[in-house]
Design a protein around this ligand. Structure first.
Ligand SMILES: [Fe+2]
Ligand SMILES: [Fe+2]
Length: 379
């Protein structure tokens, strides 16, 4: 397979990354079947090499994960009552401009005559939507990591991945419970996120599961959870995110440590395929931030959303910040500069290359003390 230049059209189904009308046209719907099968062509793999610690850094991560487990039911203060509207108002007051555009930006659109109540509803729906997407993404991680247990060739990685399966079950559990008990509605999976998860699970190359999930999806989640953790004034969500983030940092480090050696042996043509996969994933994740399903539920026409977003590019700039964990990890894997630096160019166009020299997640996890977040959080 040669490193043929593939166009954006072939990679992401459109020529311009920032074609907002095309992005908004793909909207997630309730699945009438109530479930969603994906064929998985990746062969499961036994190994007969049981030597524990043959990959010492993965072994250390596995030992760390064993002591860092927490119990979603008993380690979080579920008795806290959440007044969702009050929390949304506090968020909006602390971050003016977030989900509230200036009169010039919304002139001539459906948002022009919105009352305070409608802006509040947008904040509430945004929160229901965001937590729903986290929940669906966590289920994606649960399935992907179970797949890694089957497909990765090394025993140390199978061991570690088994702990991550438990972590992800816990994450699905906490987001699902939070939505049911503390918020005011669910959303189906965002169309762009769904396409990405299907691509990851449907790939026959075992390393693509890691690249798609541990590096891209979880790298973005780590940054997103960090922002929400920093701004939310709701104590249950804050604590929940802190626990989840401690797990996610290990997961991202697991991806980097597993792929580093493997990618050092691949050809340029093989690396180009990985670069393209990372680029497609990045675009899908950026696309999902348009929260298509919220606008649809609030009956705001897509063309009005395009108008507002085009007039107010700050939101785009904020979205780029969510790549701050991903780019240094891709650099550490050698994917930014492999095959003629193709991926570096793509991230430069997306405005995210400035993060390349931030610390990568393996360094962050090494720096962190051992022990469970629950044990560290006695206060
Ligand atoms: Fe997770
Ligand atoms: Fe995770």
């Amino acid at each position: 397979m040669g490193a043929m230049e593939r166009s954006n059209e072939e990679l992401i189904g459109r020529e311009q990354v920032r074609d907002l009308a095309a992005v908004l046209a793909t909207v997630g719907h309730e699945d009438p079947r109530g479930h969603h099968p994906v064929a998985d062509p990746c062969p499961a793999e036994f190994t007969w090499d049981y030597e524990k610690g043959a990959k010492p850094r993965l072994d250390r991560l596995y030992e760390k994960a064993k002591t860092a487990q927490w119990n979603a039911r008993t380690d979080l203060p579920w008795e806290i009552e959440v007044d969702q509207e009050r929390i949304v108002m506090l968020n909006q007051a602390a971050n003016p401009g977030s989900l509230r555009w200036s009169p010039e930006d919304i002139a001539g659109t459906a948002l022009e005559h919105w009352s305070d109540a409608e802006w509040l509803r947008l904040g509430v729906e945004n929160q229901n939507w965001m937590l729903s997407q986290f929940m669906h993404g966590e289920q994606g991680a649960l399935l992907c990591t179970a797949k890694i247990v089957e497909t990765v060739p090394w025993i140390d990685a199978k061991y570690y991945a088994a702990t991550q399966v438990m972590d992800e079950a816990r994450h699905v559990e906490v987001f699902s419970r939070y939505l049911d008990e503390k918020l005011s509605g669910h959303y189906p999976i965002n169309a762009h996120l769904g396409l990405l998860l299907d691509d990851i699970i449907g790939d026959r190359r075992w390393d693509m599961t890691y690249l798609g999930m541990q590096i891209m999806v979880e790298g973005l989640a780590l940054a997103a959870f960090g922002f929400i953790h920093a701004i939310t004034q709701e104590p249950l969500l804050k604590q929940m995110l802190r626990y989840v983030m401690a797990d996610e940092a290990r997961h991202v480090a697991f991806g980097v440590l597993s792929l580093q050696d493997y990618y050092a042996e691949l050809t340029d043509a093989e690396l180009r395929e990985r670069q393209e996969f990372a680029f497609e994933a990045a675009v899908r994740m950026k696309d999902r931030m348009m929260m298509q399903e919220v606008w649809q539920r609030l009956e705001v026409p897509p063309e009005d959303v395009v108008t507002v977003m085009s007039r107010a590019p700050e939101r785009d700039e904020f979205q780029v910040l969510l790549f701050s964990k991903i780019v240094p990890n891709l650099k550490k894997l050698g994917l930014l500069d492999a095959a003629g630096g193709w991926l570096r160019e793509k991230f430069t166009e997306m405005g995210a290359i400035g993060f390349e020299d931030l610390v990568d997640t393996t360094q962050e996890v090494d720096a962190e003390a051992d022990g469970s977040p629950a044990a560290r959080n006695v206060a």
